[in-house]
Write a protein that binds this ligand. Structure first.
Ligand SMILES: Cc1ncc(COP(=O)(O)O)c(C=O)c1O
Length: 349
């Protein structure tokens, strides 16, 4: 295993729990980047990008892949490749595509978003998908695409659930896209190859810069014709990059060495939840910590003072007033978790 652990720093000075996007590239990843063979990727000439695209497609059981700048760009390119103006996509009401991507598919593609109710684990009911698909009626938009997500706020959805939603969509001739920003967390947690989890869906976006720890980049995978359309759309949204193998090399390194270690992040999240629950004033979703996210409920009015107290001690928490997200990742080890719990205990003590 080439994972060299977090870059050595004074832990007191920097425990960043805001997201798994905050990781520093490891020394081994930086070496891989420095030594990458590169070419102009808009011409399809970058061997490292090509090999990352092939690896990701293989990992997810699809024909082809496309390296893009971010998870948002990957989803946007996917939605614009699947849908035309006047089409509708159905998406979980709390999903990233619906909440946090600036409405890109609607703004740039004229695609309407229909939000489906989700429960506390981000689960959509198949019957709700069936009910939301519009009839073939000139008054209605054309329901074209169902958008799923996995993990959703750290919750894992298994292949059976994804298959049940996809089969309702397919029966009505909808396509299915899955935002798998943290799909590998789900695969590691379930102990099931990722390609099995996404077998029933047409396209998948996998982020490399979250739990997998690269500085940037996502890979979109799907059929060859879909990826050809996506390549054109990527250019259209300004996402054609040149000697980008230098970043793709980090992605290849992450696929080699950072997938199985996600289990460490999951164990650390459980460790954190357990310790926080011992602090009387803090309530944690302990039974619901499935991967690398912990949500902490605090007494009214204490979030901002706690955030300030911790930041003075080099510890950063996510935003929000009552339900604060804590995310474990490559640069958080068991000592950092313990240190955080001690500081929160001191604050309330
Ligand atoms: C589920 C999910 N999808 C997509 C994204 C977008 O990724 P990016 O920030 O790389 O655009 C995020 C980012 O946090 C996410 O959590």
């Amino acid at each position: 295993m080439v994972y060299h652990g977090p870059i050595q720093r004074d832990k007191m000075a920097h425990i960043d729990m805001r997201s798994d996007t905050v990781t520093q590239p490891t020394r081994a990843m930086r070496d891989a980047m420095a030594n990458a063979e590169v070419g102009d990727d808009v011409y399809g000439d970058d061997p490292t990008v090509n090999s990352l695209q092939e690896r990701a497609a293989q990992l997810l059981g699809k024909e082809a892949g496309l390296f893009v700048a971010s998870g948002t760009q990957s989803n946007l390119v996917a939605l614009l490749s699947h849908c035309q103006r006047g089409d509708e996509l159905l998406v979980g009401d709390c999903f990233h595509i619906h909440q946090y991507e600036a409405g890109g598919a609607s703004v740039l593609g004229g695609v309407m978003m229909g939000a489906l109710e989700t429960d506390h684990r981000g689960v959509i009911q198949p019957s709700d998908v069936a009910a939301a698909i519009k009839p073939d009626d000139l008054h209605c938009p054309i329901s074209r695409l169902l958008c799923l997500e996995n993990t959703v706020y750290g919750h894992v959805h298994d292949a059976e659930h994804i298959n049940s939603l996809a089969s309702v969509a397919k029966a009505r001739e909808l396509l299915v896209h899955l935002d798998g920003a943290r799909l590998m967390n789900a695969a590691v947690k379930l102990g099931v190859p990722a390609r099995i989890i996404v077998k029933a869906v047409d396209s998948v976006s996998l982020c490399l810069s979250k739990g997998l720890g690269t500085p940037a980049g996502s890979v979109l995978v799907g059929s060859k014709p879909f990826i050809e359309r996506a390549r054109r759309i990527r250019k259209l949204v300004g996402g054609g990059m040149r000697q980008v193998g230098i970043i793709a090399a980090a992605g290849l390194h992450a696929l080699d060495y950072h997938i199985q270690r996600l289990a460490v992040d999951h164990t650390n999240a459980l460790r954190l939840a357990d310790q926080l629950n011992r602090i009387g004033k803090v309530e944690v979703n302990e039974g619901q910590v499935e991967t690398n996210m912990v949500f902490m409920k605090l007494p009214d009015g204490s979030a901002e003072p706690l955030r300030k107290y911790l930041s003075e001690r080099g510890i950063l928490l996510g935003g929000g007033e009552r339900n604060i997200r804590l995310v474990t990742h490559l640069d958080i080890d068991a000592d950092a978790v313990d240190q955080l719990a001690i500081e929160i205990n001191n604050f309330f003590g």
